[in-house]
Design a protein around this ligand. Structure first.
Ligand SMILES: Cc1cc2nc3c(=O)[nH]c(=O)nc-3n(C[C@H](O)[C@H](O)[C@H](O)COP(=O)(O)OP(=O)(O)OC[C@H]3O[C@@H](n4cnc5c(N)ncnc54)[C@H](O)[C@@H]3O)c2cc1C
Length: 466
């Protein structure tokens, strides 16, 4: 991933704004730039526009939306910001978090009304760390549906996506000012594109094992369940141009990837009172803190696995999610009419499981905490029939990256912006603090959609003003 001098370029075409990467960030950026009057092209290395986004649950958090108002929920950007900052132990940039929270409702309304993304409020449960229901998702709660709607919107608005186009270099001045990019096509040929602004929407470096080992060694042995195309290109280019990076050890992990099936068993099952035990039938953590930090807790158990264990009411709740229905169809979920039955099917030791469930029963309905600091107050007892699924810990995507301002301009260490260079989504430093525990559910798509939209608008404005 190189920085090339303008003299080396053989520009065969030109646009005003070039967007690298066609996930949620790239699509939002490209559409917003075009709506703001700039000729725009999105370049994507894969044969189709999918990215991490299409693998995701597609839930986008926002504060103060019409969807929340209809459900009688009062939310504010300030409350949202407090939740974001608290999850990081106040180790993120609160100004950036507030700026994103303030724009989050505008993004969701724009997606729903202008881009026709069929969003609704997820009102069946609260994700850990969110003090109010503010997740918005597509009918089957999938990122694939989100990407489908964004691609349709791009086509209608007239934003082209050039697929099979891996960007391998940026043409830029040593000062950072960008002039264009070079992409490589599947036949090995290069094409040079001139542009006045570049939006880096090519996510982070979770698909680059060397970088993962360097910055987040604790998850390097976990399963990678993200997008292979995320190789850290944005960080490499930004650094070469003098940009600052931040929170490089931050990431979204997940402690519930169905082992051998590659299907995430989402956290509502835990939040609503389900548990995780190791192969000995023993709990080992406060699972309800969050799914991201749970990844390392799971991979440090014997065999690097755990069992997510729950009962019928929590099973019913999970049927809302396409991923869960896929897990059932794939045979990942074990079912037992009695504890003995489910223990036989899973190999979990009956006597230890009896002890584990007795302990939880003694906590339900009380203010008491278990040894890991978890309370079960307000949760229904776990009762037969039971369900269990073998899971492992996984890395989904990275959250550290290029430092940006509130509209996605890439910054140097002194706070000055590189002319014409923007970043958003996984390419930019997120709002998750320095490690996995700071990831509040939704931080990924909040920064992808809102930074994407703002970077697109501002890139178009900047070009007009130059
Ligand atoms: C299983 C799972 C569930 C998740 N659920 C949620 C959720 O419900 N809510 C939430 O907020 N977040 C969720 N996330 C995280 C979320 O998916 C990501 O934060 C978000 O999709 C990142 O968007 P992006 O546009 O930055 O990157 P991506 O969607 O990864 O798009 C980047 C694109 O850039 C392309 N690219 C990379 N390098 C180049 C190059 N050199 N040239 C051209 N193209 C390039 C890649 O091929 C890719 O298509 C989830 C993640 C996973 C894995």
């Amino acid at each position: 991933m190189s920085i090339l001098s303008k003299e080396e370029a053989e520009f065969s075409s030109a646009v005003e704004v070039a967007v690298i990467g066609a996930g949620a960030c790239g699509l939002c950026a490209g559409i917003a730039a075009k709506q703001s009057g700039a000729e725009t092209l999105i370049l994507e290395r894969d044969p189709s526009a999918l990215g991490t986004t299409a693998m995701s649950t597609g839930l986008i958090p926002a504060a103060g939306t019409s969807f929340q108002a209809k459900a009688g929920i009062t939310d504010t950007p300030e409350l949202f910001t407090e939740d974001v900052c608290a999850k990081t132990g106040y180790q993120t940039n609160a100004d950036i978090a507030l700026a994103l929270a303030r724009e989050s409702a505008n993004t969701v309304e724009w997606l729903a009304s202008e881009l026709q993304v069929p969003l609704s409020l997820v009102d069946s449960f609260l994700y850990p760390g969110h003090s109010i229901k503010r997740m918005h998702g597509t009918p089957n709660r999938t990122g694939a549906e989100l990407m489908g709607s964004l691609c349709n919107a791009a086509e209608k608005i007239g934003v082209d996506i050039l697929t099979d186009a891996t960007v391998i270099g940026l043409f830029a001045e040593p000062s950072g000012e960008v002039h264009g990019l070079r992409c490589q096509r599947p036949d090995g040929k290069h094409e040079d594109l001139a542009c006045s602004a570049i939006i880096l929407a090519c996510c982070g470096f979770a698909g680059n094992p060397d970088m993962v080992r360097e910055y987040m060694p604790e998850i390097a042995e976990g399963e990678f369940f993200g997008h292979r195309g995320n190789q850290g290109d944005a960080v490499a280019w930004g650094r070469a141009l003098g940009a600052e990076v931040g929170d490089m050890s931050a990431y979204q992990g997940h402690g519930g990837l169905a082992k051998g099936y590659g299907i995430p068993i989402l956290w509502p099952v835990i939040v609503e009172g389900g548990i995780q035990v190791n192969q000995k039938g023993q709990r080992f953590s406060n699972e309800s803190r969050g799914y991201s930090e749970q990844a390392v807790d799971v991979i440090t158990q014997p065999g690097a696995i755990a069992w997510t264990f729950y009962d019928d009411p929590r099973h019913q709740l999970m049927l809302e999610f396409d991923d869960y229905r896929d897990a059932i169809a794939a045979g990942a979920i074990q079912y037992g009419t009695t504890l003995q039955d489910v223990c036989q099917k899973t190999g979990l030791p009956l006597s230890e499981m009896e002890k584990t469930l007795e302990e939880i029963a003694s906590l339900v309905g009380t203010d008491k905490q278990d040894a890991f600091g978890r309370q079960f107050k307000g949760k229904a007892l776990l009762n037969a029939p039971y369900y269990a699924v073998k899971v492992t810990g996984a890395l989904f995507h990275t959250q550290g990256g290029l430092c940006v301002d509130a509209v996605g301009r890439v910054l140097r260490a002194d706070g000055s912006a590189l002319q014409g260079l923007y970043a958003g989504g996984g390419a930019a430093r997120g709002i998750s603090g320095p490690d996995a525990s700071g990831y509040l559910a939704g931080n990924g798509l909040l920064t992808a959609t809102t930074f994407g939209r703002l970077a697109g608008i501002n890139a178009a404005i900047d070009i007009n003003e130059r």
